[in-house]
Design a protein around this ligand. Structure first.
Ligand code: C5P
Length: 224
């Protein structure tokens, strides 16, 4: 049984989501996918036909949207203004635009407040939650019990993403996209992707899901 917050950060394609969900199920904890929240916000901006480089209009759309997200590791539901958008937020339009939307400070402030409220509620209800994203250990939950920063070689990350996609994407195309997003996410001024000083770094290049899970569980035990 997990008490408190596990913060899982890192770039895309490190196996973060799969591992975070499995870890939460194993520990009987809640789970929050903050990337899905930035993706839903992006979909809302695209649907409003607002230019994602217009920070002010983008923030206005995000202020008005109504976002609900599952806090269960086994349920991937995301509702935007009452509509289930779990599939649509994984599409190429959202993936291309999400880094621009998530670089807007006001957008981050709004989503960060919502994330902290969800974390508080889940901690009250069930005592533990695994939260994944880019700035969980640094900004959203700086007092997390355990912080993990996942990495993997660019090649491994592109291969994992290409398999997940199920579309006709070549590994090269996916690699270019993953690297573009990392560059944007790491170089933005507001809450850039970076490892918290007190995070454990785990390279998943040569590990399968069970291997990563075992490494994480031994860290949870040590602290528990
Ligand atoms: O995790 P996922 O790949 O779904 O995240 C999509 C995008 O959302 C990231 O590329 C990043 O721009 C943004 N994001 C963020 N902060 C988080 C989680 C995601 O800026 N905590």
């Amino acid at each position: 049984q997990l008490r408190g917050v596990v913060a899982m950060d890192g770039p895309s394609g490190t196996g973060k989501s799969t591992v975070a969900r499995r870890l939460a199920s194993t520990l009987g904890a809640g789970y929050l996918d903050t990337g899905a929240m930035y993706r839903a916000a992006t979909l809302s901006v695209l649907r409003a036909r607002v230019d994602v480089t217009d920070a002010e209009m983008t923030a206005t759309v995000v202020e008005r949207m109504r976002l609900e997200i599952s806090d269960e590791p086994g349920v991937a539901a995301v509702h935007l203004d009452g509509e289930d958008v779990a599939v649509e937020i994984r599409g190429p339009e959202v993936t291309t635009a999400v880094s621009a939307v998530s670089a807007v400070p006001r957008v981050r402030e709004l989503l960060c407040d919502q994330q902290r409220a969800i974390i508080e509620r889940v901690l009250d209800d069930r005592g533990g939650i695994v939260v994944e994203g880019r700035d969980i250990g640094t900004v959203v939950a700086p007092d997390a019990e355990l912080k993990v920063y996942l990495t993997a070689s660019p090649d491994a990350r592109a291969r994992r993403r290409a398999t997940q996609d199920g579309r006709l994407s070549t590994v090269d195309a996916v690699l270019a996209d993953v690297e573009r997003r990392d560059r944007l996410d790491s170089s933005r001024a507001a809450a850039p992707l970076r490892r918290a000083d007190d995070a454990i770094e785990l390279d998943t290049t040569a590990l399968d899901v069970d291997g990563v899970l075992a490494a994480l569980l031994s860290n949870v035990d040590e602290r528990g």
